[in-house]
Design a binder for this molecule. Structure first.
Ligand code: ADP
Ligand code: MG
Length: 601
């Protein structure tokens, strides 16, 4: 027992299914071959007819008992042991790759098998195969697997994988059969969900919120999309609970209309207080403006930013702010706390916000909004820890034409930029770096600045570390033609006149980042363009990216290309790695695993 524990630690496994999911990387099968199969591993009964040495190599001719054909073998590395083993007249079961050369059967360097008719799994782990085999024999039993909640087909498959009677049942041409893989996917999803379940901690809410959002919605200048309505309805149910404080994450692409959902939530909380935290002061300011524009006059709104407060936050019904909120000691207790663009906060900031949310036994309702689309499978997994709503559509189809371009297209690009500026539209050019670097085969922001400034009027420049970023952006919004920036500059404000973006060295960026950047243009329904500038001729990943604008599809694509190795910006979230499960494709598997788990817990 104690011994097993140590081995489990070495293997870093925590559950029975973790152990069952340590799958053999291959098998050693000494079952006699029924037919001779060329090009494959054969296990054959053979008698030594002849033995000779030719140019230092041992040559043996066997007679195959079953087919009565002859087979010759060459041993390149021989020891006296080999000579003795393959004495003329001796009988063997030999194993090796069978080839045919000019009608003669050949098998180079065959092994002489001692124990015939045995299939031994080969596990590639940090411990010895014999150790892992005995752990598996001890714990991965029919009974234990049933107790984990698996059905008879899954149990049978796992047992066949670990204790195969006939290799073809599970394995075909060096790979697991599709039906085996499907079971492994399920078990993997099921095991992961099981671990997450029970980790969710819920607390009673400060109070049930039953405010009325209907009149607010009726007075909006547009009709809500189906998905906006659905999310609002979900939140309404959440907030009406006093027993359980809401914990929800609303994930919707840039431009999917999350702000209205935030404002509707404020109305549902009213006359009780709400707080909204935003990652930048620009965004906080923008939300403040939108709140003032859409919320009814009786809702008192305040803004909290370092040194630039607006309104009296101690009296307000709705307080919007940056993380400066965290340092306000006299911030009134809110019944609803929200975070916009949650994905842009650091872990530390999120933690201090948690503190803001969880002062007492009773907690405010808590809703986070994120613009980083995740595959539905991942959302289903994460919903074990908190409720997740997805908004996968945008209110109006944005027309953004995406194209990959290279050096030869530059004159055309210049012409296009001139055309857009002539129509009072704005252009954003993203450079990979501020300063030049030997590692990056593209111009930097500094190097190219002069070119643009000579050619165009009202060129603005900013980047992530720029102290005056906000002023530059605000001024650019008012009167700029071209904005030069780096990827780090997350443009927090909407720039409605932006219709053309050029991303230099696009192949260096993850699809999620490219998608965020592309989301900057065409926000007001103006026809827009996204040019992916790259030195490399053809990039399949970028080509695929040009074909879709849906963030949820892109999240799937991103998973597909995750191993392709050309992603340098590190924006890809280190999600749970699965060996069998494909988070982009296996939605159904996760759904089935989830409902199984629901049925047994
Ligand atoms: P997000 O925060 O999800 O990126 P916003 O809430 O800023 O998106 O919405 C983007 C734009 O779409 C805003 O100008 C908003 O007023 C508008 N909008 C939101 N919902 C709708 C709708 N149902 N119909 C039309 N326009 C909408
Ligand atoms: Mg938003």
């Amino acid at each position: 027992m104690e011994e097993s524990k140590q081995l489990f630690q070495k293997l870093k496994i925590h559950s029975l299914l973790d152990l069952a999911l340590i799958i053999p990387s291959s098998y050693n099968d000494t079952t006699l071959s029924i037919l001779l199969e060329l090009g494959k591993l054969n296990t054959l009964e053979a008698k030594v007819l002849n033995s000779s040495i030719y140019r230092g190599k041992l040559r043996i001719t066997f007679n195959l008992s079953e087919s009565n054909r002859q087979l010759s073998s060459t041993f390149f590395k021989t020891t006296p042991y080999h000579h003795k083993l393959f004495e003329v007249g001796s009988n063997h079961v030999i194993q090796g790759r069978l080839e045919e050369y000019k009608g003669y059967l050949q098998m180079s360097q065959p092994r002489s098998i001692k124990e015939v008719g045995k299939i031994t799994p080969k596990y590639k782990t940090v411990i010895k195969d014999s150790e892992i085999a005995s752990l598996i024999e001890c714990y991965v039993t029919e009974r234990n697997l049933f107790n984990e909640g698996l059905d008879s087909k899954e149990v049978a498959t796992l047992l066949r994988v670990h204790f195969p009677k006939n290799i073809e049942d599970v394995y075909l041409n060096g790979a697991f059969k599709e039906e085996t893989v499907n079971v492994l996917k399920f078990v993997e999803a099921f095991n992961h969900l099981k671990k997450l379940r029970g980790k969710r901690a819920d607390f009673p809410a400060l109070r049930a919120l039953n405010g009325d959002e209907k009149s607010f919605i009726k007075h909006l200048p547009f009709v809500l999309t189906q998905e906006q309505q659905k999310v609002i309805a979900q939140i309404k149910i959440d907030l009406a609970s006093e027993e359980k404080a809401t914990k929800r994450m609303v994930v919707g692409d840039v431009g999917s209309g999350k702000t209205v959902v935030i404002l509707a939530s404020v109305m549902m909380a009213y006359p009780h207080k709400s707080i909204l935290m935003a990652p930048t002061s620009l965004l906080a300011l923008q939300l403040y403006e939108e709140a003032n524009k859409y919320l009814p006059k009786e809702v008192k709104i305040a803004l909290v930013m370092q040194g630039r407060d607006k309104g009296d936050y101690t009296q307000a019904d709705f307080v919007i702010g940056t993380h400066a909120l965290i340092y306000k000691e006299d911030l009134p207790q809110a019944s609803l706390v929200m975070v916009d663009e949650q994905h842009r906060f650091g872990t530390k900031q999120r933690q201090s916000l948690e503190a803001l949310v969880s002062k007492d036994e009773r907690k405010p309702h808590f809703i986070q909004f994120s613009a980083t689309p995740i595959p539905r499978t991942q959302a289903m997994m994460e919903s074990e820890l908190l409720d997740v709503s997805l908004i996968t559509t945008t209110p109006f189809e944005r027309e953004v034409l995406t194209k990959t371009i290279g050096k030869q297209d530059f004159p055309h690009l210049l012409k296009h930029i001139e055309d857009e500026i002539a129509q009072q539209h704005q252009v954003l050019i993203i450079y990979p770096l501020v300063e030049e670097s030997e590692e990056v085969p593209y111009q930097s922001l500094k190097e190219s600045r002069e070119f643009w400034e000579k050619k165009f009027k009202n060129v603005y420049v900013t980047h992530g570390k720029d102290k005056h970023k906000e002023e530059v952006l605000l001024e650019f919004r008012k009167k700029g033609n071209i904005l030069l920036a780096t990827t780090v500059v997350e443009v927090g404000i909407s720039l409605p006149k932006l219709t053309l973006i050029v991303i230099v060295g696009a192949e260096r960026l993850g699809l999620a980042t490219l998608h965020q950047l592309r989301g900057r243009v065409g926000r007001n329904g103006l026809k827009s363009w996204c040019y992916l500038y790259s030195n490399s001729v053809k990039n399949f990943r970028l080509e695929r990216f040009t074909q879709t604008t849906n963030g949820f599809d892109i999240a799937k694509l991103d998973l597909k290309f995750r191993d392709s190795g050309d992603i340098l910006d590190g924006t890809i979230q280190s999600g749970q790695k699965f060996k069998w499960l494909d988070m982009g494709e296996d939605e159904e598997v996760v759904a089935v695993a989830k409902s199984r788990l629901n049925s047994i817990t």
